[in-house]
Design a protein around this ligand. Structure first.
Ligand SMILES: O=C(O)CCC(=O)C(=O)O
Ligand SMILES: [Fe+2]
Length: 315
């Protein structure tokens, strides 16, 4: 009897990627991306394009941000749920987060920054914006590869134009014990693609399809986690997996992480392309509006529902 090896996230190298359509290198990376998203819904992306000084600067900016007094952080409000300040939740006492909507648009980042620092904070604004901008490139490469793999690249423009970018930044306090404490509860993301980055404090765990937890350990400082959300699971008519994941914390050190989320805009109807629906693949989800779906997801019942998408628009 062999003991099963501990599962690990696939690692995919995006350095030196040849962006030319149909180049052998593009096709190879694309097939790795598709396979990883079918099997795990997630992979480690090695992407050194984000310069080292920016990768360092982002965590200095996060420290500065979370160090602000609570009443200042609470000034970051948003009409959209989970886009403003989130924290002080009794169920996840270690967790705090701030959203920066349209983080790839400098004026938007500036106005969020000026809200928190009335005298401005150029350095913060520039760091958040540059970091987000670099990562939108990775998001778009991955989405192009997904559509090509599914044979539906004719929808690429519509697909790209249907989303905007939110950078959510997170702090998890160290629980000051070697016991493992919940940092962020088990959930699947609801958006399109999420690209996560973290400081040296680990804690992200991703569930495999057969229910095992993978503890993520980055293989380099240029490693990001790319993960897909329920909206792509629905749009691909179930072909791509949207994984459950959570954050578990131990020890004294604070974990800082960032997530760049591509999010379907309100009013856009997410509907699996007809090419992906046939007798063998009957439609799994009725067409839906992401923002309408979130109204259900953020109810008390929706928050307790691990299969909120299925409940809301499953066929
Ligand atoms: O902090 C992390 O690494 C994960 C955060 C996460 O899953 C989320 O914000 O949806
Ligand atoms: Fe998540």
């Amino acid at each position: 009897m062999g003991t099963e090896a501990t599962p690990k996230l696939p690692i995919i190298d995006f350095n030196n990627l040849n962006l030319e359509a149909k180049s052998p290198n593009w096709e190879l990376v694309k097939s790795q991306v598709y396979k990883a998203l079918v099997e795990y819904g997630c992979f480690e992306a090695v992407f050194d394009k984000v310069p080292l000084d920016l990768r360092k600067a982002i965590f200095a900016s996060l420290q500065e941000l979370f160090y602000l007094p609570l009443e200042t952080k609470l000034l970051n409000v948003s009409k959209k749920p989970y886009h403003g300040y989130v924290g002080q939740y009794p169920m996840i006492p270690l967790f705090e987060s701030m959203g920066i909507d349209d983080a790839n648009i400098l004026e938007k980042v500036d106005s969020m920054t000026n809200n928190l620092w009335p005298d401005g904070n150029q350095n913060f604004s520039k760091t958040i914006h540059s970091f987000s901008e670099e990562l939108t490139e990775l998001d778009q490469i991955i989405r192009k590869m997904i559509l090509e793999s599914l044979g539906v690249e004719k929808y690429l423009e519509e697909h790209m134009n249907s989303t905007n970018y939110l950078l959510r930044v997170m702090k998890y306090k160290g629980p000051q014990t070697s016991d493992t404490k919940l940092g962020l509860s088990t959930h699947s993301d609801k958006n399109v693609v999420t690209i996560l980055y973290q400081n040296q404090v680990e804690g992200l765990e991703v569930m495999t399809k057969d229910g095992q937890w993978i503890s993520y350990k980055p293989s380099s400082s240029g490693s990001f986690v790319a993960m897909i959300g329920d909206s792509i699971h629905a749009w691909s008519n179930g072909r791509l997996h949207s994984p459950f994941h959570r954050v578990m914390m131990s020890g004294n050190e604070a974990r800082y992480s960032t997530g760049l989320f591509s999010i379907p805009k309100g009013g856009y109807i997410i509907k699996a392309p007809e090419e992906l629906v046939d007798e063998e693949h009957p439609l799994l989800f009725r067409p839906y509006d992401h923002v309408e779906f979130l109204k259900y997801y953020y109810t008390e019942k929706g928050q307790r529902d691990q299969f909120a998408m299925r409940t809301y628009c499953g066929v």
